[in-house]
Ligand binder design. Sequence first.
Ligand code: SF4
Length: 422
Amino acid sequence: MKYSIVTFGCRVNQADSFAIEEQLRRRGATDASPEDADLVIINTCSVTASADQGTRQTIRRIVRCNPDAKVIVTGCYATRRPDEIASLPNVMRVVSNDAKDTLVEALEADGELTTARRFDGGDGPCGLSLEPGVAGRTALMLRVQTGCDEACSYCIIPRTRGTGRSRSLPDVMRDIRRAVDAGYREIAITGVHLGSYGRDRGDGTTLARLVQMLSEWPADVLFRISSLEPMDCTEEIVAAAARSPRIASHFHLPLQHGSDEMLTAMRRPYTVAYYRHLVQGIRSRLPHASVGTDIIVGFPGETGEHFHALRDVLDALPLTYLHVFPYSDRPGTAAARLSNKVDGNDIRTRAREIRAIGERKTREFRQSQVGRTLRALTVDDGRSVVTGNYLKVKIGEQQPRNAWVAVTIESPDPLAGRVSAH
Ligand code: SF4
């Protein structure tokens, strides 16, 4: 059977798709393009209205090119609006996030998988049946937690992913060992609300404990901590990154806004002062770390004054990149019920201005790295490397993929360098 997996959205969705792909391959299925596959699995996102629209367009396009394809839709949009999804062409099954982990088993049980072999329940030849490079991935995304117990007023995720649930430390350690045995040299630790890892278990498991263990990992592996809510980025986590070469010097800490009034309206549990102190603390301990953030522009009630506060805070913060999201209503969220919505043109103008700040900060950071020699992993076709501080650098001569090299940054734009050692 030929399958294709189309993934939208966050790293958690990428990790989920990776797990589905592994289960299919273990059963002898082979990957193909959506236009050529027998089975197409769409793993959806629903963080914005345009994400939903993207899914609908993708399904219609695939079915036009591949009228015999059996389409299965899962993920957040499928969880939020199963009825809407079920009405789309060739959709034979809509699977909520809760049932995603057993999606392949359910297909097999219902005889929907015409694969060469039944799953024997055991591990593949070297534990993990997907070695680095499969489906274009050099780094492994490993989901250790899902769901969220926070209540940010603009966010639909707690409704699509449910309450916070963490995998046990032994389970996580087992998967990391399998991944390292399979040859992975970079592993991204991810979750819907990663910072709450372990809280639901009541057995002392915490993200700081996990990071501590990863910081002492014997093999030559780099662990990248995915997006971390600011209130969860503890002193121990920063210290582990400052101390150990196993933890990538890269933090993604969603601030969302630079006005305390807006943070309160968004129900974000911290202040601008707290965030500034956090980021300056990271910068002083890790002068060359990459520190990025998410910003929502145009949240209901955002005045010119709030926007100027946001702009000034970002200007002053030692950040290295920004992800900018123009606000859009998500039906079912508290923010969608707020009045005093911001005019669409103002939202677009403000988003452009904040993006420009982000681009300047990225340029300045890249410039600051010129002349430095950094450890990096070769990715893609071996003509690019990714450093611990999250720079994707073009290199001249091709290298074997998934190999550690030392790269000397030579130019900031385009970001390029040369391999000076292996
Ligand atoms: S922490 Fe807030 S933004 Fe993040 S998933 Fe939970 S509710 Fe959504």
